[in-house]
Structures are given as C-alpha cells and as structure tokens.
Design a protein around this ligand. Sequence first.
Ligand code: ADP
Ligand code: ZN
Length: 530
Amino acid sequence: MASPTDLRTSEALQVLRRVFGYDTFRGFQQDVIDHVVAGGDALVLMPTGGGKSLCYQIPALVRPGVGVVVSPLIALMQDQVDALTALGVRAGFLNSTLDLDARRRVEAAFLAGDLDLLYLAPEALGSRATVQLLDRGKIALFAIDEAHCVSQWGHDFRPDYLALSMLHERWPEVPRIALTATATSATRTEIATRLDLTGARHFVASFDRPNIQYRIVPKREPRKQLLGLLRDEHPGDAGIVYCLSRASVEKTAEFLTANGIAALPYHAGLDASVRARNQQRFLREEGLVMVATIAFGMGIDKPDVRFVAHLDLPKSVEGYYQETGRAGRDGLPSTAWLAYGLQDVVQQRKLIETSEGDLAHRRGLARHLDAMLALCETVRCRRSQLLEYFGEPGTPGCGNCDTCLEPPESWDGTIAAQKLLSTVFRLDRERNQRFGAGHCIDILLGRRSEKVAQFGHDSLTVFGIGGELREAEWRGVVRHLLAEGLLAVEGDYGTLVLTETSAEVLGRRRSVLLRREPERPTSGRAGRSR
Ligand code: ADP
Ligand code: ZN
C-alpha cells in the first residue's frame, strides 16, 4: 500500500512530466519538493542553472492554494509568468509596473483561487493592502527567491527583504522555501537568521560548475586582451563582459563594436527603456555581447552564455561566483575570464576605505576582498579554492582551469619582496607625499623620473637595486604583497604603506612565493578551448 507521502511524491513526478515535460528530477529537487509539499520549511542553495524554480513551482501546484513567490526581479516577472502560462500554469504577478486594471484582475484571480503562482515584489509585502489581500486567499507556500538579498554583505542587499521575517509571524502554518545561488556558510546562516528560518531544513547542492573554465590573467591592455579572447575562442558567441564603472561599460561596448563585435551596454545610468531593450535583445538574439556593470544579470535565464569576462576585479568571491555562474547554464563548455591588475587592488582598497558604514562593515568588506585576491594570486587549482571557499572539501586539480591546464611557475620572491618593502619603508618618512607603486618601481629599477629627481630619491640606498625584475614583475610583487596584506595602500593616490606583518618578511621570518608573470600580454588562453 502506498503511504500518503508516496502518493504525493508520485503526484509531484506526474506534474514534472505532464506540466514541465521532464522525465526525472535533478539532484535533490525531489527531496525539497517532498519536504515542502509536506508542509516543511526549506532553505535551498543551488548553483545558477541547478533548477531551483521547480522546487517551489511543483509544490505550489501540488498543494492546495496559491504559491506566493517573493522576487526582486521585477523586470523579469512578465517573462516568468508568460513562460508558465505557456505551460498551462495559472500565474500572475503584482508589482509597481501594473496599471490599476491589471492589478484588479490579478487580485480577483487570486481570491477566486484561479492562480497557481503569484509573483510579488518584496516591497509589496510592506503594503497593508497586499497583506490583507493575502489574508483573504488560500496560500500554498511562500517562496523567497534570491534569498541572499537579505544579506547586508552582498551587493544585492535589499532592505525590503529584512521585513520578510513577518511572513512566518503572520502565516505560521504556511511553509516557506528560501532559495539562492550565493552560499558561503556565513551567508547561509545570515539568511536563516534574518528570515526566521532557523528551523528550516537546509538543502545544499555542490557548487561545482564543471563546464566552466576558470581563468584569471594579469591585466595589461584589458580591452585588447578581451578582444583576443573573443576573436580566438568565442567568435559569434553570446557573452557578458563586466566592468566596474558606467564609463568603462560605455567605452568597452564602443571598442568592441568598432572592432566588429556586436556589443550592447547596460548600466544603471542608462534610460530604463534602453536597458530593457538591450536586455531583451541579449535574451532573444543570438551572439550578442552584453557589456555591463553588475546591475545586470540577476535572474537572467539565458542558457547559452558562452563566456563571462571581468575587466575589473569583483569585490568578493561570492560576486565572482555568481557573475561567472551566468555562463554555461546549458551545461556546455564555457569560459569565465578575469583580467586583474595592481590598479584593481589599489582601487578596491580605496573604495573600502572611503565606504560608508562603521569599522566592522569595512572590515567585512576587506575580508571579502582578501578572499577574492587570494583566488587571483593562487598557484593552486582555482576550482578547488573556489569550492573550498564555499565549504566544499578540496578536490584534486580539476583539469579545467588555467592553473591546472598550465601550472604557473612559482618562484621564491622573498628577496624581491624585501627590496620593495625597504623602499616603501624609506619613503614612509615623507608620508604626506604621493608615492604609489609606480614611483617605488621607478626607484627599484633605477629610473630617474621627474619625480625621482624632484625628491632626490636617486640617492636612496635602494635606488636601482631591483634591476633583476621587469616592471611587470615588480607590479606582480606589489599586487601579491597587497593581496597577502603584507603591504597596504592609503589615501587618494594609492600611497603604499607597511602593515603589521611586513616586518615578518623584512625580518626573514616569512617567505613569499610568487606566480611567474608571463612574458607578453595574452588573453591567457589555457589549452585548447573545449
Ligand atoms: P536556477 O533558478 O537554479 O538558476 P532554473 O530553475 O531556471 O535554475 O533551471 C535551469 C534550467 O534547468 C531550466 O531551463 C529548467 O527548465 C531546467 N530544469 C530544471 N529542472 C529540470 C529537470 N528535473 N530536468 C530537466 N531540466 C530541468
Ligand atoms: Zn583546476
């Protein structure tokens, strides 16, 4: 005899086949669905493309009542509802883009029980009218999509998400399922606490995306390096290029277009209609390159994004993982490429220094940046390091990242580091001056630049002691020391200063292992593109 759970399970499977047209569940979809159908709360962490949507859509169809989905992705709600409607699922949404008529229709359908799924913007739950509406209907479950938006550390933080703990207080009998693709254990704990989901069952999928090839290359002429990557390995492919600033988005899009690559810009400074049009084109046309700030991408479901390129350093490993995760949702080989240079470190450190928020907040930001820098500077498998960061035990070399495909040579850079730190130490006495990395390197290389002459720095004992390395290598040394916290930057001009741990290197109590810098600028092609 089948138990009630078995019956419901088979109902879920029937829905999967009949409505969605798939044969079998993926990963732990079935476990999540059973748990939620039975009325349990769940916290689901699955990488992008893992199949989170079915985890709440199927329970919403199986349980009596309407599944209420809270999502910050207002611009995508229409698309999501259209896609569901095409499958015969009765779906609607309520957000600020609806006119009064349309809103009334959706509300009436909800009250009449004529909906399976209702999508809501988080701010809607702050309105009494919406809460009262929900009170009058039957709710099957609450799904909280992109649940990491409740985390104040992430760049997707939405204050409205903090208020979502009220769902449990107001409707304690309705099961809740929170879903996200961002997932260090710290974020997970934060989500559980803030959403009052501490009693929820956690479902954590592997975050490995084996079809994505991770590559991080030294930044020289980033746009040219990017162009090389697109021409050599991704001609005609759709992809996303992330830049830090709006200006650099514009310039990069123009540069690519001028070089015969179909590219569109996307950033928050563009007109909403231009943004919407570019997004639509990117989704519907083939082979377009979207050049964007991180304002672009959350919730974008385009399976055949073949590459994600970063021209600037992401602020955290979480961000990097999420952005690169938009590549290859169809499971086919894809590239995650990042060009990173000394200037990135200086810039990011400065952003943190000048950021609003208290010391604890700035420390949090610095910790996140440090982890990102460690990923850039590593001589180990990038994928193992990434997965370890997300709490998955280390795997042996993955064979599909740059360090696995072309193991970087490392060298003992302790003496070079000492030379550099000594130079910084000598300059430290003129602290109110602007001596950034470039000036230090000029001194080490024995270059009589204008500034060197002006300050008489050619008479320093360290002048010209660094001729054994090329400029690019010295920049690598600075970058590495910054990444390791053995050196720091201060002030508006990126002045280099010693840190508490610099003395360990100067006193030979700590050695420094460096990645060998490649001879010439490359797009960092790692083996054959697969
Ligand atoms: P996520 O929200 O986790 O990024 P989606 O829910 O958008 O992922 O699913 C990614 C893709 O995988 C979608 O095209 C979806 O239809 C497909 N998919 C999900 N579950 C299954 C399954 N059990 N079998 C086949 N395809 C699936
Ligand atoms: Zn690897």
